[in-house]
Design a protein around this ligand. Structure first.
Ligand code: C5P
Length: 232
């Protein structure tokens, strides 16, 4: 890859997974490691972009792979991630939402650790829906800005992963949606990853991948093609 084909571009990338506190010691979260977002940040920097990484609960061992010239903002909750992305996107040519965002959060966060009841009774947990950060970014998209989403879909070899992805691409309206299959051995953690890139109408722009670094290059290649098609 050309070491400078993203030169002059400011990009912001979210990585990791948001956590929603139940009380001072417990949270609702997910298994996203942040590796795909970190790979996207590292490869964008290697290709000349000015990179801002918004990291939601990414382990320091994973963040160690981030080059020193990448700006890092650490967040915990979906609300914090939303604030950071809205602010950073205002100054960015490309916005990538690679973070796994909690769809729901507890309706109330306790200020004290939740205790068991002596009589053995349990309380139910009331949840409220979180905002869709990607949808908000698409709604506020600046002229010429490219917004990329990720969609982890489950399904089998009958094409249902792509069917779900196409429907989501149309619904979300991002310029690019990177759809990958998650299952027992693909998707999360330090494992191979493969993506199909769909445009906002759900058309398949091609597949690629292997390692998370390979997936990162596939995404940046598609961004470069999109920018070139718009300028030419
Ligand atoms: O609908 P789904 O969660 O599969 O969409 C995934 C994409 O939407 C990812 O890019 C993710 O970062 C983003 N997302 C978001 N806010 C949410 C849920 C998902 O920005 N509340």
């Amino acid at each position: 890859h050309d070491g400078s084909d993203l030169h002059g571009l400011r990009v912001v990338i979210s990585a990791g997974g948001t956590r929603e506190p139940l009380d001072p010691v417990r949270f609702l979260g997910n298994r996203s490691s942040g590796r795909q977002g970190v790979a996207l940040a590292a490869k964008a920097a290697a290709r000349g972009a000015q990179v801002h990484l918004v990291a939601a609960n990414v382990d320091s061992s994973v963040l160690a792979a981030v080059p020193g010239n990448v700006q890092i903002t650490s967040v915990e909750t979906t609300a914090e991630l939303q604030d950071a992305m809205l602010e950073a996107s205002a100054a960015s040519h490309v916005v990538v939402m690679a973070a796994a965002v909690a769809d729901f959060r507890p309706a109330r966060t306790r200020t004290e650790k939740t205790k068991k009841h002596a009589d053995g009774s349990v309380e139910s947990l009331e949840l409220v829906q979180n905002p869709d950060i990607l949808a908000g970014l698409v709604a506020g998209r600046r002229e010429g800005q490219i917004i990329v989403g990720f969609a982890a879909e489950t399904g089998d070899a009958d094409g249902s992963v792509l069917d779900h992805g196409r429907a989501k691409a149309r619904r979300k309206g991002a310029d690019l949606l990177a759809v990958n299959a998650v299952g027992a051995d693909v998707g999360f953690g330090d494992v191979p990853n493969e993506v199909h890139l769909l445009d906002a109408s759900g058309s398949d722009l091609g597949a690629g991948g292997g390692s998370k670094d390979d997936v990162a290059h596939v995404v940046w290649d598609a961004v470069v093609r999109l920018l070139n098609s718009r300028s030419g």
